[in-house]
Design a protein around this ligand. Sequence first.
Ligand code: FAD
Ligand code: FES
Length: 273
Amino acid sequence: MFKILSKSAFAANEFDIWIDAPQIARNGHAGQFCVLRVNETGERIPLTVAEYDREGGRIRMIFQTVGKTTTALGKLNEGDCIHDILGPLGTPSEVKKYGTVLMIGGGVGIAALFPIIKALKEAGNKVITILGGRTKDLVIMMDECAKYSDELIVTTDDGSYGVKGVVTTAMDMLAQRGEKIDYCWAIGPSIMMKFASLKAKELQIPCWVSLNPIMIDGTGMCGGCRVTVNDKIRFACVDGPEFDGWGVNWNEFMTRLRQYKDEEKISLEKYKS
Ligand code: FAD
Ligand code: FES
């Protein structure tokens, strides 16, 4: 059992929890995730570790309630326990000194981007961060990302804050001012990662994306998280979740993400009734 030590919220459907998990806190790295079950009969879901507190033995998870299991998790409060957490899983981010790195985040994907921003800054890179959202209230962790970034650019679709536009608008701005970028990461909704990857390819910047397919066991056994990258089949839970964004078969990826939409809707309705 894993105790929730604190809980706060960014919005009505977006929660920030710290969990007592000393072993995971000691062994995890930026880019990795865990698979958890809220209760003994619960479905397994993957969530990224947004922060490791090695000394305090705690891990941080930030999640959006979108279906049955995340809704059930959102109902737990400080002092409650999560039944089991398996991790750290997946291959850590390739953290090294690249020179200048561009970090692009959107939605709850910003939580997954944050530990990589921190690690790349600590590795001596110049870090430029772009955070995007439909409106200002949907852009989370601005101050925390700014703390580890040499420059933070926020884009909002409605112009309520920062640059009016989407993350690729800011990528174009950086290209126009002649900023030389050695590597980039894009983490967020699939559509954002797809267009950020296409723009990165146009600008000839290698680009990591963190794929979030449906996962079941999280250990490479079931094949549920199959993705195609550079025409090769890969399992996101063990080969990823980070992959070369230029090479992802985005249409297949997005089709597979939607494949149980009807069942997921029924499952949430049943849970709520
Ligand atoms: P479900 O009933 O499974 O789905 C409800 C609806 O949510 C679906 O119809 C679909 O629209 C959407 N959805 C479901 N699964 C996903 C998915 N994998 N990605 C995007 N949308 C989905 N979520 C977070 O909030 N925070 C994280 O840090 C985080 N990290 C992740 C790391 C990895 C490696 C992966 C693979 C996924 C991650 N996710 C994260 C997504 C999270 O696992 C799903 O939102 C969750 O499994 C949904 O479970 P559910 O039962 O609540 O909803
Ligand atoms: Fe089963 Fe990846 S989740 S192989």
